[in-house]
Design a protein around this ligand. Structure first.
Ligand code: PLP
Length: 400
């Protein structure tokens, strides 16, 4: 019987995989044989590929000081903890990093997770009860959506960055004990930035708290790279921040929540992905800690990224392309047609430029695009080569 069940399962899985291929939404993974960085080597021979699709905004993933800090932490504190934090898994470096994160964001305390996905999975359930309400932007990241699914609060979804709709939902939610507005600080598909000033004003008017996911903002948005709240002047109005160590802050892995101390204390007691998952490995802690040191010493890296973003956006716009979002290193080149996005991305790779096309269901129908992500470690020449390749490929395929 178990043989028959296994055979049945295999047939079902194969048919599901076939459906994914048939729908044209199959995700294949290119294999990189070098470090993460602006120039990559790919398995199968591609060398000297210029990479425009990592979240390595500040280029710290392969920064020599970040790597050295990881090696030192590995040697001093070992490969890993073989334990969750509250049993036998808290080292001095975990406490130091939490203190540093809180200081960086000017918050009372911080708690580490294995990922920001886990931080988002843990917070809503630990904080909200059926007496409370959560109001979430419809385009929030999948991990926020999943985290909200896990909690028993009353759920409201407002239209993307639509303040009229948020206000209507806040009015409706007045009957609940506590209201939490949850939004990405910067949205990764469009490179657009949440209107946090307006969100915080509405939150004040309707007595709500504000939560932001800063995965695509921490380290580089705002004058000192603190994030969207700093950029928009509302650092004292946003109560809870979740973010990742796996993008701009060294890119190794890990996530966190930072905010009021009693909230962080409660998460240590109640948050399931924290309580029931292994501690962050020392090498990973070492990377993030060094990345934060570098950013707190100087904002030169973030400024260099901003200048390169500006160069790419203005040259592409001058060439006739439409780039979504504003002033963000996520630069979606809007093409509309799904096939056009996929064929152009392939053609870009054949010219040594690694970019990825996104189409439905990842983005709405008719809004296919190639997403370009700028990093502080791209040279001006890298950026110009990318624009040239886009111009050639765009002309060839009728996009210009
Ligand atoms: N939130 C947002 C907005 C993200 O883009 C991501 C990563 O893609 C995550 C959360 C998850 O972060 P992590 O990779 O640390 O799990």
């Amino acid at each position: 019987a178990s043989g028959a069940a296994a055979a049945q399962l295999r047939r079902r899985l194969e048919s599901e995989l076939e459906d994914i291929r048939g729908a044209g939404t199959w995700k294949s993974e290119r294999v990189i044989t070098s470090r993460q960085g602006p120039h990559l080597r790919l398995a199968g021979g591609g060398a000297g590929i210029i990479n425009f699709c990592a979240n390595n905004y500040l280029g710290l993933s392969s920064h020599p000081e970040v790597i050295r800090a990881a090696v030192e932490a590995l040697e001093k504190f070992g490969a890993g903890l073989s334990s969750v934090r509250f049993i036998c898994g808290t080292q001095s470096i975990h406490k130091d990093l939490e203190e540093k994160i809180a200081r960086f964001h000017q918050r009372e305390d911080a708690i580490l997770y294995a990922s920001c996905f886990d931080a988002n999975a843990g917070i809503f359930e630990a904080l909200l009860t059926p007496e409370d309400a959560v109001l979430s932007d419809e385009l929030n990241h999948a991990s926020i959506i999943d985290g909200i699914r896990l909690c028993k609060a009353n759920k409201y979804r407002y239209k993307h960055m639509d303040m009229q709709d948020l206000e209507a939902k806040l009015k409706e939610a007045q009957k609940h004990r506590l209201r939490l507005v949850a939004t990405d600080g910067a949205f990764s598909m469009d490179g657009d930035i949440a209107p946090l000033r307006e969100i915080c004003q509405l939150a004040q008017k309707y007595d709500a708290l504000v939560f932001i996911d800063e995965c695509h903002a921490t380290g580089f948005l705002g004058p000192n790279g603190r994030g969207t709240d700093e950029l928009l002047g509302v650092m004292d109005k946003v109560t809870i921040i979740n973010s990742t160590l796996g993008k701009a802050l060294g890119g190794a892995a890990g996530g966190y929540t930072t905010g009021p101390k009693p909230l962080i204390d409660l998460l240590r007691q109640r948050s399931r992905p924290y309580l029931f998952s292994n501690s962050l490995p020392p090498a990973v802690v070492g990377c993030a800690s060094k990345a934060l040191d570098l950013l707190m010493e100087s904002n030169a890296i973030a400024q260099s990224m901003a200048a390169k973003t500006q160069r790419f956006r203005s040259k592409m716009t001058a060439a006739g392309f439409t780039i979504s979002g504003k002033d963000h290193p996520i630069c979606p080149v809007m093409l509309g047609d799904a096939r056009l996005a996929s064929v152009m991305a392939e053609d870009m790779l054949s010219r040594g430029i690694y970019v990825i096309g996104f189409s439905y269901p990842v983005v709405p129908k008719g809004k296919a695009r190639i997403r370009v992500q700028i990093s502080a470690v791209h040279s001006d020449e890298d950026i110009d080569r990318c624009v040239e390749a886009f111009t050639e490929v765009g002309r060839k395929h009728g996009a210009l």
